[in-house]
Write a protein that binds this ligand. Structure first.
Ligand code: PXP
Length: 245
């Protein structure tokens, strides 16, 4: 398969840091996990520096930038603090996510349509710094239209609803993701997807031909407890390749 058609796997290592922080020491090291994930076939590493630093910390971002040989995708809220950090470290990509302090995880997509005035300067400054901006949005044509207006080169569709639904409702959500991916691609935006993906639900999303990258974290890190991180990442990689046939 040509590189153009290949579906990339971004491994989110946030929850390695969650386990480390539970005891306040330096084990397990998220950078070591990132290097192992790369070795096992990850095409990129994703890390979310949250406002409350509940998992990844500033020094993790510095160490990842220094030691990774594959691209780093920094997930960040659209705040001045995070913009300064992104401009200082210059990761390959920055995925703008909504952030609420009390949420357990990123519970919904960014309201790019409702917040375009707020987002515009952040996207412009990241674009100017050659950091590839992605907007983490719901698979909704209104949000894709906003991403087009905002000149975001990439969107990442939130697959959390898909992951939690079942039966016909899940099939309908999958169609929404596929339609949104087609709309993005038609308008020159590269579609990615992620959130809540597992060995059991990844194939239908990975089979959507316009989608170029999946970002997967919690399940892979959890599965690593049983099989090791290398096996967990390489099985996900194999399922993604199988989906692309
Ligand atoms: N993509 C984005 C933008 C996210 O915020 C997250 C969760 O941090 C993920 C992907 C990965 O989701 P999960 O940990 O459920 O695989």
């Amino acid at each position: 398969m040509t590189d153009e058609g290949r579906l990339r796997l971004g491994v989110n290592i946030d929850h390695v840091a969650t386990i480390r922080n539970a005891r306040g020491g330096d084990h397990p090291d998220p950078v070591r996990a990132a290097l192992d994930a790369a070795e096992a076939g990850a095409d990129g590493i994703t890390a979310h520096l949250r406002e409350d630093r509940r998992h990844i910390r500033d020094e993790d971002i510095a160490a990842l930038i220094e030691r990774l040989t594959i691209p780093l995708n920094l997930e960040m809220a659209a705040t001045e603090e995070m913009l300064d950090i992104a401009l200082r470290h210059r990761p390959h990509a920055a995925c703008i996510v909504p952030e609420k302090r009390e949420e357990r995880t990123t519970e919904g997509g960014l309201d790019a349509a409702g917040q375009d005035n707020h987002l515009r300067p952040y996207i412009a400054r990241l674009n100017e710094a050659n950091i590839r901006v992605s907007l983490f949005i719901e698979p909704d044509p209104r949000q894709v239209d906003a991403a087009i207006r905002l000149k975001a080169p990439v969107v990442e569709f939130h697959t959390g609803r898909y992951a939690h639904l079942e039966g016909e409702a899940r099939a309908a959500e999958l169609r929404r993701i596929a339609d949104a991916a087609a709309l993005a691609r038609k308008n020159g935006i590269e579609p990615h997807a992620g959130h809540g993906l597992t060995f059991d639900n990844v194939i239908p999303v990975a089979a959507i031909p316009q989608i170029r990258e999946l970002n997967i974290g919690h399940f892979l890190i959890g599965e690593a407890i049983f099989t090791g991180l290398g096996a967990s990442v390489s099985r996900m990689r194999a399922l993604m390749d199988e989906a692309r046939g």
